[in-house]
Design a protein around this ligand. Sequence first.
Ligand code: FAD
Length: 486
Amino acid sequence: MSTQSPSAPPVLVLFRDDFRLTDNPALHMACTTGQPVVCVYVQDPATRREGAIGWWLDQSRRALAEALTAQGGELLTVEGNTPDIIPELVTLFKADTVLWNRRYDPVGKEQDTALKTTLGLRQITTHSLSGRLLHEPWAVQTGSGQPYKVFTAWWRAARELGAPGRCVPAPSSLTFAAWPAAVKALATKAAAIPAPTLPEGAADAAMDWPCTEADAQDFLKDFVDDNVARYSTERDRPDKDTTSRLSPYLRAGLISARQVWHSVEAAIEKNGAISENAWTFLSELGWRDFAYMQLFYQPTLPTENLRSEFNDMPWHDDAALLKAWQHGQTGYPLVDAGMRQLYQTGWMHNRVRMVVASFLTKHLLTDWRKGEAWFHQRLVDADPAQNAMNWQWCAGTGIDASPWFRIFNPIGQSEKFDPSGAYIRTWVPELRHLPDKLIHTPWKADAALCRQIGLHLGTTYPHPIVELKAARTIALESYKNLPARQ
Ligand code: FAD
């Protein structure tokens, strides 16, 4: 591919959480124009992410930049407010078209609407395309044209739409527009901004999450070849490595949900026997769309209870308990294992996410927003829609949520889903010498055994920070006494 400055006006393609060349509708459309292309990423303070996700998105941006370099071009990274800096770039490049894949979060929507208006007034062509979801949020509606409130009904209607649109290929050839001097100056200024780093203690994330489009495809292939056939039966087992681990890649758009869907569908066509497992997996991609549909129609999803009766919940505000939960020091092995996996690797198994969220909101009676914020800081897949919807689901404050009285018992969950304690032993090494029957309840180990294996409860591993039965009673009472329920 060559970098040249042909006479046709360039097309700007904006990259935002869609750091890929394949199945990228905006990039694909740019190539069909035959005009030279400028690939742009804006470091925008309004959408900048902190924590592990900030690091992960930056890694993904770098991977895209390298992929474009391999095509003979460059990713133009500039700093600024998107609705201001893009019109400025249009002027500098004398571009006539700006293309992007759609965003659904409140800030993204607002920025893109403003951009469309500003550019429209200047007769610049804009197109926002569908690249993130299986189906657009408004594509699946009730008979009366309302957004669905129940997942099963939404999923049934979504399936009636059939498979999502076909994937578009990576461009076979790209012609890049040359950068004027003023643009080079903007790029130099942005390059001087310090890169986001991993939060303290999360060094494992750099090893666990290789970051290119090809890596995402490898994760997908491994999952389809080895694990999709066992997905329904084993996906709840944190001690087994059965789920796809695609969430960070989907989050950064290193792979599209459509690509995942079509690969799995092709596997079903080849081997019908996996069908039930594969459809369970595809329904999880459905939950992702369902979360985005909620965020689209309820922009306050990450900050406000969707069920307002919870506005009066007497949440406890105990900084010490919150810290113990955050750092995996609750004395409940499965909770601690999950929180330490999150801290060190930026990821946690879904079943354990549910257990730790139930424990925080119900046994510790802590506002779900504190848990959501901590997850947002530590997860490499931290997503405004999926994180918020799931926290509201676990806390019972969301639509189609788990009812408040469904309080996971962390011991029962541990015995059921990590029966031999293999997951606990990985993340809570101070318990690793306990026999299987005590790994879920270390406080039951007698003094002689503790001495023998070097376990000092209260010193090397904490005593339980709450008594489950008493905490459960308080949680149920608090809910029963909500003014809206009187
Ligand atoms: P798989 O089981 O292989 O599923 C495939 C894909 O489906 C996932 O990558 C994900 O994109 C989607 N998916 C799976 N489960 C869910 C779900 N419950 N809700 C929405 N989408 C789902 N997922 C995130 O991507 N980002 C988050 O910030 C996030 N926060 C969560 C917070 C809590 C409290 C809980 C209970 C769940 C959260 N999830 C979040 C959902 C889920 O835990 C992860 O998507 C999943 O663990 C990722 O692992 P995987 O890719 O191996 O999943």
